[in-house]
Design a protein. Structure first.
Length: 182
């Protein structure tokens, strides 16, 4: 039964064009190790340098979003350590590389994120470049744990508008998913 279940799961991933999948707790060392494997796979596939850089950059931004913002976490305050949980896939769809990531967030953050992502989704390349520069000058907002440009950077690297979605999980949490095609 074990082999059959895992084989079916593998077949489902392959059927959906997924060449790489990670689900679990994410740390900076996990990001580095998985990122190295991803770069090697893209090189083996003979992707051009610009595509490799863009896929890798989007992968890093997506993983960092999980590390910084996933509401599903394990913490050990006495050791000043925490782990955050998420899922990320890289694959092929319609001739593009596609990076998808998802993680739990607080439901109270959904509308703020939806507004931000809807605005980014509607921007063209020139507007994204301008928004990126403006955000760097303005600095991060109070909810950001980085420079505040991650979603803009993902949209700038994408060859199609980013896609996103939310589903309510319970009274306090929603699952957030983001897709970028490159």
């Amino acid at each position: 039964m074990l082999a059959e279940e895992l084989h079916e799961f593998r077949a489902l991933l392959r059927k959906n064009g997924v060449m790489f999948a990670y689900s679990g707790y994410v740390t900076e060392p996990v990001l580095s190790g998985v990122g190295e494997a991803l770069k090697q796979k893209l090189t083996i596939e003979d992707a051009d340098t610009k595509t490799i850089r863009s896929v890798f950059a989007v992968f890093v931004e997506q993983m960092q979003n999980i590390i910084r913002y996933s509401a599903e976490q394990e913490a050990a305050p006495e050791r000043d350590a925490e782990l955050r949980y998420g899922v990320l896939t890289v694959g092929h769809d319609d001739g593009d590389y596609v990076v998808r990531a998802g993680n739990m967030i607080l439901r109270s953050d959904v509308e703020r994120l939806r507004e931000k992502l809807t605005a980014i989704q509607s921007m063209d390349k020139a507007q994204l470049k301008s928004a990126y520069k403006e955000q760097l000058k303005a600095g991060p907002d109070e909810t950001s744990k980085g420079a505040g440009v991650g979603f803009i950077e993902i949209a700038r690297r994408a060859t199609r508008p980013i896609a996103f979605d939310f589903i309510d999980v319970d009274a306090d949490h929603a699952f957030f998913a983001l897709k970028a095609s490159i």
